[in-house]
Design a binder for this molecule. Structure first.
Ligand SMILES: NC(=O)c1ccc[n+]([C@@H]2O[C@H](COP(=O)([O-])OP(=O)(O)OC[C@H]3O[C@@H](n4cnc5c(N)ncnc54)[C@H](O)[C@@H]3O)[C@@H](O)[C@H]2O)c1
Length: 350
């Protein structure tokens, strides 16, 4: 697989997005979030997504330069219509706005609807953590086609409906939870398909409802399983709550419109730590808590305990040193796009 430094992948993605019609400042935001996902080890949400976003721009599903409208507002709440712009752009702006409200009101929340894919969820609550606040975000895919079967069913009726919460701390790497409520993110199944790899049992069902290791069975009409294995009803329960916050509270609705655009409805909330505890004390205690968890002796065959977010931090340090591997199938798509825009030479993609 080709390997490249983060900055080079960022430059390639930005140039392609701009060629596809994105304003440079929007391309910068999209690529910053995508390459951060690669650095964190979530390649399913990294540069692999750029060809898909360019297809969506061509289809009119993503509208570069879209307006960002507040349709309802109070001192602590905001409802944002993203007008089908890049999810990264609309959502980052909504999170900045929510953090500003929490600076005066201590607690603030927002919903965002009609926007494209927002990628790796942790990107947004981490903005709150950097501001000394606790950030929470959930996302669902509106009435776009679904991937996840509810517990006990075999047809997809739910999105992968992820949740992320980040907190400020004195740790070297940020402490955050960032997880799909399905057994695995759909992007990881697509990534395995792109890499020709088998997937573990327990991730998906084939179209007849049988467990399978073949990632291609998902696109063939199969379904992702909910988080939790034999206790998958807990994953389904979380996914239902996410969909109520992001689909129903935003007004996007539930169910499936087969022609539906990908539409990351979002709910986000920010809590100012200083309204509850002194920030410095809280940050120190979060670090002490993580150390307490990590001090447990490892179970048999385990490398030990990682606090939530630590795996991503370790991966980021490794990838900043050694670069990011990109699967051949994605590299070829980037080369083909560059050729189409006459950018092969400028981007060194020959
Ligand atoms: N925008 C969307 O529509 C969408 C949908 C689904 C998922 N996603 C994104 O996909 C990415 C992958 O999601 P996922 O559910 O596959 O994540 P994952 O299973 O890799 O990680 C989930 C959480 O577990 C922690 N973790 C992972 N391994 C660990 C270990 N060994 N010990 C302790 N903690 C550990 C991680 O820090 C993370 O907080 C996330 O960034 C998510 O936001 C986005």
């Amino acid at each position: 697989m080709p390997r490249a430094p983060a900055a080079r992948l960022n430059q390639i993605g930005s140039a392609l997005l701009i060629a596809a019609g994105a304003p440079p400042e929007e391309a910068e935001i999209v690529m910053r979030h995508c390459i951060d996902a690669n650095l964190a080890g979530h390649d399913s949400h990294g540069i692999i997504q750029i060809p898909t976003y360019i297809d969506r721009i061509a289809a009119g599903h993503i509208v570069p330069g879209a307006k960002w409208d507040i349709v309802q507002e109070s001192a602590t709440t905001t409802v944002v219509d993203g007008n089908w712009g890049f999810g990264y752009v609309a959502n980052e702006r909504a999170m900045k706005y929510t953090i500003e409200k929490a600076r005066t009101a201590n607690v603030a929340a927002a919903t965002v609807f009609r926007q494209g894919h927002i990628g790796r969820l942790a990107s947004y609550p981490l903005m709150a953590a950097e501001a000394g606040m606790i950030g929470l975000i959930t996302a669902d895919s509106g009435r776009a086609p679904k991937h996840v079967a509810p517990f006990g069913g075999r047809e997809a009726r739910l999105g992968t409906n992820p949740i992320s919460i980040a907190v400020p701390s004195d740790l070297d790497g940020p402490l955050f939870l960032d997880m799909a409520t399905s057994a695995v993110a759909a992007g990881k199944v697509s990534l395995a398909a792109a890499r020709g790899q088998a997937i573990p049992e327990g991730w998906i069902l084939d179209p007849e409802g049988n467990p399978t290791n073949d990632p291609k069975q998902l696109r063939a009409g199969g379904a992702l399983l909910p988080l939790g294995g034999s206790e998958g009803y807990k994953g389904t329960g979380l996914a239902v709550m996410v969909e109520i916050l992001c689909g129903l509270l935003t007004g996007l609705g539930f169910g499936i419109d087969p022609t539906g655009r990908h539409n990351d409805g979002c709910f986000m909330a920010v809590f100012n730590v200083e309204a509850f505890r002194p920030l410095a004390t809280f940050k120190r205690e979060v670090a002490d808590f993580a150390a307490f968890l990590k001090a447990t002796p490892p179970s048999v065959g385990s490398p030990g305990v990682f606090y939530p977010g630590e795996i991503e931090h370790l991966k980021e340090m490794e990838r900043r040193r050694e670069g990011i591997e990109v699967e051949e199938a994605t590299w070829k798509k980037l080369q083909a796009l560059a050729a189409g825009y006459g950018l092969t030479e400028r981007l060194g993609l020959g």
